[in-house]
Design a protein around this ligand. Structure first.
Ligand SMILES: [Zn+2]
Length: 104
């Protein structure tokens, strides 16, 4: 896990790591996608290992969860995800509590 970055550094670093290409289809990258939503991070989530370069089409698929976090990470060859995985786990636990509470 690398250090927290500014928004601009995040975008630039993610694009550079991915050679300015969409990690899924190889088209020129348009968005530095947050693999896990920004709002799940108390610190904004601007970590390079939470970023992936995507074209417009794949970004829409990612935002609508038709592309999974794991698929995107695999395509971007991201392996250092321990810290992010912890956030993800905490998020799902929280999410299920909220959903469950609404059912009751
Ligand atoms: Zn693409």
């Amino acid at each position: 896990m690398k250090t927290l970055m500014t928004r601009d550094d995040f975008r630039q670093s993610v694009f550079e790591r991915d050679s300015h290409r969409c990690v899924i289809c190889g088209e020129p990258s348009k968005d530095a996608h947050h693999i896990l939503e920004r709002r799940l991070f108390p610190d904004g989530g601007y970590y390079i290992d939470n970023g992936a370069s995507l074209c417009e089409k794949r970004h829409l698929l990612a935002e609508s969860t038709q592309l999974s976090c794991d698929e995107i990470r695999q395509a971007a060859k991201i392996t250092e995800i321990n810290k992010i995985k912890r956030y993800e786990k905490a998020f799902y636990i929280f999410y299920y509590i909220v959903v469950f509470a609404n059912i009751l």
